[in-house]
Design a protein around this ligand. Structure first.
Ligand code: NAP
Length: 264
């Protein structure tokens, strides 16, 4: 039987690093035609050249922090193309107590993680609906299910994204598949690129991230969930992936734990 992703046209945001890069490598190996999106053109071009059938893939430089311009750019770039699957993966995290964090950081994280993904989704929606089995797949986070310390802006942006996708799933039932992944700690550059309270990159690989799931394992689990038509999947190992279950079934335990640590 042909692989679910074989000959599908897939757009991936955040393809230049981490989970997005791992998704691109896995999808290219499985015969998909990719549009690789992020800001760093040279990194995307280098990735494209390493992929099997490089000539099947293209690079689109875009900035998720400019949602209005992004909408127009993506509409234009998709004209005349088929699009079967959009993977909203590009994003940025944040580290810092809410009362110490500049509004500019709250705004930036919300623009990149939430409005950028909403703009991508709206821009490609006509194409996805026209596809025989269109999919909007989104990398949210365990932080989209539980709030944790030092992550107020990040957690808010991922909760917003999950709310948007849940509404979309109900509205587009029968026309569009909407799948959301909620990873716990995954070994990528996420903490290095996180914004501190003043908006500077943290520049540090945190131990939880360094010891997290590999980006490749996360990508494979997400693609499996997409191919199976799942609505939502938590991906990860250890406490970072267990937090939503503990919150649901043992809320008092969760509350105590949550005062002590961050999960993602
Ligand atoms: N790693 C984890 O533990 C973890 C856990 C849960 C959820 N996630 C989510 O997984 C997704 C991927 O993150 P990652 O862990 O792979 O981190 P990463 O290695 O830092 O990759 C982030 C990606 O997002 C892109 N990006 C960031 N800002 C952008 C912007 N303004 N415009 C366009 N692209 C932008 C980056 O590309 P450029 O810099 O080239 O633009 C990069 O490709 C994110 O949504 C993150 O929230 C990660």
């Amino acid at each position: 039987m042909a692989d679910f992703f074989s000959n599908k046209h897939v757009w991936i945001t955040g393809a230049s690093s981490g989970i997005g890069e791992a998704l691109a490598r896995e999808l290219a190996a499985r015969g998909a035609y990719l549009t690789l999106c992020a800001r760093r053109e040279s990194v995307l071009n280098a990735l494209r050249e390493q992929l099997p059938n490089a000539e099947h893939h293209r690079v689109l430089v875009l900035d998720l922090a400019q949602p209005e311009a992004l909408f127009e750019q993506v509409r234009a770039a998709a004209a005349g193309c088929e699009v079967d699957i959009l993977i909203n993966n590009g994003g940025i995290s944040q580290r810092g107590r809410a009362d110490e964090t500049a509004f500019a950081v709250d705004r930036r994280v919300m623009e990149v993680n939430y409005l950028g993904s909403v703009a991508m989704t709206k821009a490609l929606m006509p194409k996805l609906v026209a596809a025989s089995h269109g999919v909007v797949a989104t990398v949210a986070s365990v932080s989209g299910l539980v709030g944790s310390q030092g992550r107020s802006a990040y957690s808010a942006s991922k909760h917003a994204l999950m709310g948007f996708m849940e509404s979309l799933r109900a509205e587009m039932h029968g026309k569009l598949q909407v799948t959301v992944a909620c990873p716990g700690w995954v070994h990528t550059q996420i903490s290095v690129n996180s914004l501190t309270a003043s908006g500077e990159p943290l520049g540090k690989m945190e131990p939880g991230i360094a010891n997290g799931l590999s980006a490749e394992a996360c990508a494979r689990a997400f693609l499996h969930a997409i191919a199976r038509g799942r609505d939502e999947i938590v991906i990860g190992k250890g406490i970072s992936a267990l937090a939503p279950t503990v919150k649901r079934f043992l809320p008092a335990v969760f509350k105590r734990m949550n005062r002590k640590r961050a999960y993602r």
